[in-house]
Design a protein around this ligand. Structure first.
Ligand code: TXA
Ligand code: MG
Length: 325
C-alpha cells in the first residue's frame, strides 16, 4: 500500500500522456485524467460507462489555485474553501475558460475541490495541473474505498493505480452550489450540513430531486448488485428472516442497537454506532455482502444529522428503482 516518490512521478507521467490514474482521496478513490485534455476526459466516461452529459469534479492542489479554474469566486465560496480545503467539500462555481466543456458535461458551471489526502496532493503537485476525477467505479455502482475495489471493478481500463490504503471518510464529498443567491447542498457528503451552516451563519437548503441530469441524484446510484430494502430499525431482523425463509440469500446491515441479536440470514454486518465509522465502512459492507452472494440487503436509515445525512442519502439511492432488473 505504500506509495513512493517514483510512483507519483510515474502517475504524473501517465496523466501527461493522456492516460488514466486511479488515485486515493480522503473520501473515495477517483479515476483521474488531465482536466485540460478533452480526449483523456472522454476516456473517463468510456471506462466508467457514464453518459457524457454528467459533469465531473476537478481536483486542484490548493485553494490559492481556485481563480485559475473558475470565472468568479463569491465571498461565500472563499469562506467555505478557506475553512474546509483541503477536505471533502466540492464547490460548484462558474466555469473558467481553462475548463473544457467535456469535463462539465456541457455546463457553464464547474465543480472543484482540494482533496485531503497526501498521495492525491503529492500527485497534484507533481502534475501541476488540475485532475478531473469521478469516483473510480462503473456508473451507478458503489464507490471504491480501497485500491483493490478499483482493480476489481475497472481492471485494464485504468493505466496506473496509486494505492494509498483505505479511504478515511468513506463517502463522497459534500457538493455545494455557490453560483446562486443562496448556497445549496446538491449532495450531502463528508462535510456536514451543520458544519457548513455554522461557517455561513445561515441555513443551507438540501438537494431537490428535480435535477435528474446530475448523476448523484439519479434514482438508483451507489448501488450494490443485491437489491436493497430499507425498513425501520426495529423491523430489520423480522424483514430479513422473512425474506430468508422465502429462499432469498439475505444480507443484513444490522443497526447497532441490535448488535448481539441472532439473525437467521445469509450474512450479517453490524453497523458501527459512530457515524464516522459507519461512513468509512459503508461501501465496503455493501461490496462484501455482494461478494458473499446476497441477493437482498435489508437495512435501515441512521438519524439524518451529521454524517448520518450522507449515509442515509447513499442508502436511499442504493434502494432506488433500478434501470434494469
Ligand atoms: O468525493 C468525491 O467527490 C469523489 C472524489 C473522487 O473526489 N468524486 C466524486 O465524483 O464523487 P463523481 O463524479 O462520482 O460525482 C461528482 C458529482 C456528480 O453528482 C455530479 O453531477 C456533480 O458532482 N457535479 C459535477 N459538476 C457539477 C456541476 N457543474 N453542477 C452540479 N453538479 C456537478
Ligand atoms: Mg460517483
Amino acid at each position: 500500500m505504500s506509495v513512493v516518490t517514483s510512483d507519483i512521478e510515474k502517475a504524473a507521467e501517465v496523466l501527461r500522456a493522456g492516460g488514466l490514474v486511479a488515485l486515493p482521496t480522503e473520501t473515495v478513490y477517483g479515476l483521474g485524467a488531465d482536466a485540460e485534455d478533452p480526449a483523456a476526459v472522454g476516456r473517463i466516461f468510456q471506462v466508467k460507462g457514464r453518459p457524457p452529459t454528467h459533469p465531473l469534479i476537478i481536483h486542484i492542489g490548493g485553494a490559492d489555485q481556485l481563480d485559475e479554474w473558475v470565472e468568479e469566486v463569491p465571498a461565500t465560496a472563499r469562506l467555505l474553501a478557506g475553512r474546509f480545503w483541503p477536505g471533502p467539500l466540492t464547490l460548484v462555481l462558474r466555469r473558467g475558460r481553462r475548463v473544457p466543456l467535456e469535463a462539465t458535461g456541457g455546463l457553464e458551471t464547474v465543480a472543484v475541490r482540494v482533496p485531503d489526502h497526501p498521495v492525491a496532493l503529492a500527485l497534484l503537485a507533481a502534475f501541476g495541473g488540475g485532475i478531473t476525477a469521478p469516483s473510480a467505479n462503473r456508473f451507478g455502482s458503489v464507490s471504491p474505498t480501497t485500491a483493490d475495489h478499483v482493480r476489481a471493478e475497472l481492471g485494464e481500463g485504468v493505466d496506473f493505480v496509486l494505492d494509498g490504503g483505505p479511504c478515511g471518510v468513506g463517502v463522497e464529498s459534500t457538493i455545494v452550489d455557490v453560483t446562486g443567491e443562496a448556497p445549496s447542498i446538491l449532495r450531502p457528503g463528508g462535510v456536514t450540513r451543520e458544519e457548513i451552516e455554522a461557517v455561513l451563519g445561515r441555513p443551507v437548503a438540501l438537494p431537490s430531486t428535480s435535477h435528474v441530469r446530475v448523476p448523484g441524484q439519479h434514482p438508483s446510484h451507489y448501488a450494490p448488485r443485491a437489491r436493497v430494502v430499507l425498513v425501520e430499525p426495529e423491523k430489520v431482523i423480522a424483514e430479513a428472516e422473512h425474506a430468508q425463509a422465502l429462499g432469498q440469500q439475505v444480507g443484513v446491515l444490522l443497526p447497532p442497537a441490535f448488535a448481539d441479536a441472532p439473525v437467521k440470514a445469509h450474512a450479517v454486518v453490524t453497523v458501527p454506532a459512530s457515524t464516522t465509522a459507519y461512513a468509512r465502512g459503508l461501501y465496503g459492507y455493501l461490496r462484501e455482502l455482494d461478494r458473499q452472494g446476497c441477493d437482498l440487503i435489508v437495512a435501515s436509515l441512521p438519524a439524518e444529522e451529521g454524517l448520518g445525512l450522507a449515509i442515509a442519502n447513499r442508502l436511499r439511492r442504493a434502494a432506488g428503482p433500478r434501470l434494469s432488473p
